[in-house]
Design a protein around this ligand. Structure first.
Ligand SMILES: C[S@@+](CC[C@H](N)C(=O)[O-])C[C@H]1O[C@@H](n2cnc3c(N)ncnc32)[C@H](O)[C@@H]1O
Length: 202
């Protein structure tokens, strides 16, 4: 796709997010984000169990989100919203007053071939973006059944200056996602957003 066409599409999507979606985040001071939420099975149940949090589920695929929306509208759940967006685009464009407190990345696409690892969601640049939009103490909760991706995510997060792996944190909410139900085994990690002021003391 020519670069100018690509840039126009990105600009249109950003304008839509700013016009339609971001106003819904105003005044929400406890944002929980699920990236790659699929049909919204997990976040719907999470939102019900955490009524004081405002939950945002994002995915690339519209019909998955439409199913999620139908499910939550049917039961009248108002503390969850679904939005079709690419994760980096949405996180980078979040308004300044929107602060993430918890982020879930559950069974992300593993991109198993080494030459495709650059497509994995967990990358230093993406962790920079998430850190810039997260409160100190915010949790990044990552789970996968792909052993190589787990090691990759673990090492990428471990070497990031603004995230700290926290082996003592308990997984905040258990409910098997669609991909978890298919997995014979999986691994999880929780990382906590560090206080940047503590870095100079390290
Ligand atoms: C393997 S599925 C897992 C779905 C769900 N989390 C589960 O555990 O059942 C990964 C999902 O992430 C979405 N996805 C992949 N890359 C994404 C990105 N950069 N931004 C937003 N969603 C993404 C895909 O469309 C897909 O629905």
């Amino acid at each position: 796709m020519p670069l100018d066409v690509y840039n126009t599409i990105i600009d249109q999507r950003l304008a839509e997010l700013r016009g339609d979606f971001f106003p819904r985040l105003q005044g929400r001071d406890h944002l929980t984000l699920e990236i790659g939420c699929g049909h919204g099975h997990y976040l719907t149940a999470y939102a019900e169990a955490h009524p004081h949090e405002y939950c945002v589920g994002i995915d690339l695929i519209a019909d998955r989100l439409e199913r999620a929306e139908r499910k939550t509208s049917r039961v009248g759940r108002t503390n969850v919203a679904w939005v079709q967006a690419e994760a980096s685009l949405l996180v980078a464009a979040l308004p300044d007053e929107s602060v993430l407190r918890r982020i879930f990345v559950l069974f992300p696409d593993p991109w198993p071939k080494r030459r495709h690892w650059k497509n994995r969601l967990i990358q230093t640049g993406f962790l920079d973006l998430l850190a810039a939009k997260s409160a100190v103490g915010a949790q990044l909760c990552f789970r996968t059944d792909h052993v190589s991706y787990f090691t990759y995510a673990y090492e990428t997060i471990r070497s990031h200056p603004l995230w700290e792996l926290d082996a003592s944190s308990v997984w905040p909410f258990e409910l098997a996602t669609v991909f978890q139900q298919r997995a014979s085994a999986y691994q999880s990690l929780i990382a906590v957003r560090k206080d940047a002021r503590s870095l100079s003391a390290e």
